[in-house]
Design a protein around this ligand. Structure first.
Ligand SMILES: Nc1ncnc2c1ncn2[C@@H]1O[C@H](COP(=O)(O)OP(=O)(O)O)[C@@H](O)[C@H]1O
Ligand SMILES: [Mg+2]
Length: 335
C-alpha cells in the first residue's frame, strides 16, 4: 500500500494577547491508502487544528510549520490557496462536527451537492444531480430525489449530517478527515452514522482520519491510533497494540475512563483522570501530563524519550513501558 499522507514535526502556533499558544507541538504520523487513523484526546489537545492544517483551513492568525506535510506527493506546506481549494472536496475532504458549518442555509441540498462536483469535474448539471441522488441513497436517505429541492433547515440533525457525508464523498476523495462527525447528534444516531461512514470509506477505499471520543468505535474501526495530549502525540501505533498494551500513563487512564466493548465488564467502575491540561502558552518543558500522572518522577520535567517498538508502537515516557521500575518513585521523588 502506498502512503497518501505524511506528517512530520507539524507545529501550529496561535499568537494571543498573553503570548504564543503552542497548540500543536511537533507531531508525526502517516497514512496509507484505504487506512483508518483514529486520533483520540481530550478537548483542547490540538486534534482539530491538526486536521485544519492538513486541509489548509487554519484560521488566518495561526502559524503552521512542518518538516513534511505531504499528500500524494504534493507538498501541502507550499501549496497555494488555489491548489488547496482544488484539492479540497475533490481529492480530500473534511466532515465537521456541526453540519451547519458546511451546509449553506440559503441553497437547496441538491444545489450544494451538485456544486461539490461541478466545481472540480467536467460534468453536466444532470450528471451531477444523478450522482447527488446516488450518494444520498448511499448514506441511507430515502426518497432521495425528492430531497434535492429541500433546504438544510428542513432536515433533522441526523439527516443533515448524512447530507454532509454525502457531500464530502461526492468526488470520491482519497482522504477524508472526519472531526468528531457525530458528537452533535443523539447517541442512538451516532453509532448508525459512524458505521455508515466507515462502510462507505471501505467501499471507496479512502484513507480516513477519524477524530472521536468513542473508544469503542476506535477499537472497531481503526488500523492505527494516535493519542494526543496537550498538542503532542504521546502514544501511537497499530490499534491492536495500543488497545492491548497501552504504554503511556495517559492512554492507560483514558482506557480506564471509557467503556470498551468486550473489555469492560457490566457494572465495572470507570475511572477518571483528575486535574486539568496545562496552559500551552509559552514553552512547555518535559512531559505535559506529569502534573496529573500518578507515576511522575523528577526527570519528567526534562526531555522525554520517544520509545518505538519494532512494530512501530511509539510512546513518550521516561518510564520503560510507562511504569516505574520498583522503588523509582521513592528514590527520585515526585516533581
Ligand atoms: N481560532 C483559535 N483562536 C485561539 N485559540 C484557538 C483557536 N483554535 C483553537 N485554539 C486553541 O488551540 C488549542 C487546540 O484546539 P483544537 O485543535 O480545537 O483542540 P481539539 O480539537 O483537540 O479539542 C486549544 O487550546 C484551543 O483553545
Ligand atoms: Mg476539536
Amino acid at each position: 500500500m502506498s502512503t497518501i499522507l505524511s506528517v512530520e514535526d507539524l507545529k501550529v502556533d496561535i499568537p494571543l494577547a498573553g503570548g504564543v499558544l503552542h497548540a500543536v507541538r511537533g507531531i508525526d504520523f502517516d497514512l496509507k491508502r484505504g487506512e483508518t487513523l483514529c486520533i483520540v484526546g481530550e478537548s483542547g489537545s490540538g486534534k482539530s487544528l491538526t486536521s485544519l492544517a492538513i486541509m489548509g483551513l487554519l484560521p488566518k492568525m495561526a502559524q503552521c510549520r512542518a518538516a513534511k506535510l505531504e499528500f500524494s506527493g504534493i507538498d501541502l506546506s507550499k501549496a497555494k490557496n488555489r491548489q488547496m481549494r482544488s484539492l479540497r472536496g475533490d481529492r480530500m475532504s473534511m466532515i465537521f462536527q456541526e453540519p451547519m458549518t458546511s451546509l449553506n442555509p440559503a441553497y437547496t441540498i441538491g444545489d450544494q451537492l451538485a456544486e461539490a462536483l461541478l466545481l472540480h469535474r467536467k460534468v453536466g448539471k444532470k450528471a451531477a444531480e444523478a450522482r447527488a441522488v446516488e450518494l444520498l441513497e448511499k448514506v441511507g436517505i430515502t426518497a432521495a430525489a425528492s430531497r434535492l429541492g429541500q433546504y438544510p433547515h428542513q432536515l433533522s440533525g441526523g439527516l443533515r449530517q448524512r447530507v454532509m457525508i454525502a457531500m464530502a464523498l461526492m468526488g470520491e476523495p482519497e482522504l477524508i478527515i472526519a472531526d468528531e462527525p457525530t458528537t452533535a447528534l443523539d447517541v442512538t444516531i451516532q453509532a448508525q452514522i459512524l458505521r455508515l461512514l466507515v462502510d462507505l470509506q471501505r467501499e471507496m477505499n479512502m484513507a480516513m482520519i477519524l477524530i472521536t471520543h468513542d473508544l469503542g468505535v476506535v477499537a472497531r474501526v481503526a488500523d492505527k491510533v494516535a493519542i494526543m495530549y496537550a498538542g503532542e502525540v504521546v502514544e501511537a501505533g497499530k490499534s491492536a497494540d495500543v488497545f492491548n498494551a497501552p504504554q503511556h500513563p495517559y492512554t492507560r487512564g483514558l482506557l480506564r475512563c471509557i467503556p470498551v466493548p468486550g473489555k469492560t465488564k457490566p457494572g465495572e467502575h470507570l475511572g477518571s483522570i483528575p486535574g486539568i491540561v496545562p496552559s500551552l502558552i509559552g514553552e512547555t518543558q518535559g512531559c505535559a501530563f506529569r502534573g496529573r500522572c500518578d507515576v511522575a518522577i523528577g526527570s519528567c520535567a526534562h526531555d522525554i524519550p520517544r520509545r518505538v517498538s519494532e512494530s512501530g508502537h511509539m510512546y513518550r515516557c521516561v518510564h520503560e513501558g510507562g511504569q516505574p521500575a520498583a522503588n523509582a518513585i521513592q528514590s527520585e521523588g515526585r516533581p
